[in-house]
Design a protein around this ligand. Structure first.
Ligand code: HPA
Length: 267
């Protein structure tokens, strides 16, 4: 990790305090960055590399609404075959680059009956018991403590700020619990019901491992879901990746507006 960070510093001398990871179909915010440096993952020593052809990820450094940011353009999902440690590697690198606040977005399936496709959900808490914990194995004290507290993974101040922003913009915004799963299968009817009974309002295949690593490393975390499909419905309920991407890109402007305002207000 020291070699990774040292290499990145040879390519970019700035010290962003804000890290951003955008979900499927939710990447438009990165087009608004005044780019100062772009580093393809494949050039970065020890960085996980996307195995999917034509799906090359990169780190983007620059200014967004006047703030210095680093964006992970191309996130790593556990279902792609990366280890949990690989999934969270970029989060830890961000920490060592000086990031203090991590903002994440994702597409998620709705289970709370009040949710509609295209709604936004502020993540106030998560359920990580169905995924592989990225902290399993020997603990590296330089990264964080052996038994990190998880009583409040999502920063309360940022949650309150986002609520205020959404209210001022008249954007319908729910809050709730994100249940993490590995995927890549969408859930069965019984699984959606189980996750809802277990306390989940939305379910998705990303974010939770990244949040655990970020909290382990002491970063402040904010995350928001776009509800792209409804898991619990009486009628025929076939969910496709295409439907998820469509709903995400449809709701994306609302999410981007909230992120933009939130970032503008960060130190
Ligand atoms: N389940 C899991 N992950 C998802 C879903 C879902 O219904 N929608 C988008 N990501």
């Amino acid at each position: 990790m020291q070699e990774t960070v040292a290499f990145i510093r040879t390519r970019y001398a700035g010290a962003p305090r804000i890290g951003i990871v955008l979900g499927s179909g939710l990447g438009n915010l990165s087009n608004e960055i005044e780019v100062e440096a772009e580093i393809p993952y494949k050039e970065i020593p020890h960085f996980p590399v996307s195995t999917v052809e034509g799906h090359s990820g990169k780190l983007i450094f620059g200014k967004l609404v006047g703030k210095q940011v680093v964006v992970l353009s191309g996130r790593f999902h556990y279902y792609e075959g990366y280890s949990a440690a690989q999934v969270v590697y970029p989060i830890r690198v961000m920490k060592f680059l000086g990031v203090r606040t991590l903002l994440l977005s994702n597409a998620a399936g709705g289970m709370n009956p009040a949710f509609r496709v295209g709604d936004l959900m502020l993540i106030t808490d998560h359920i990580s018991l169905f995924i592989v914990n990225p902290l399993l194995g020997r603990n590296e004290e330089a990264l964080g403590p052996r038994f990190p507290d998880m009583s409040e993974p999502y920063d309360r101040t940022l949650i309150e700020k986002a609520k205020g922003i959404a209210a001022a913009m008249k954007i319908r915004l729910h809050q709730g619990v994100y249940a993490g799963v590995t995927g890549p299968t969408f859930e069965t009817r019984a699984e959606y019901k189980l996750l809802h009974h277990a306390g989940g309002d939305a379910v998705g295949m990303s974010t939770v491992q990244e949040v655990i690593a970020a909290r382990h490393a002491g970063l402040a975390v904010f995350a928001m879901s776009v509800i792209t499909d409804l898991g619990i419905r009486d009628e025929d309920n076939i969910i496709t990746h295409q439907e998820v991407l469509q709903a995400a890109s449809h709701a994306e402007p609302k999410l981007t507006a909230i992120f933009r305002e939130l970032i503008a207000g960060l130190e």
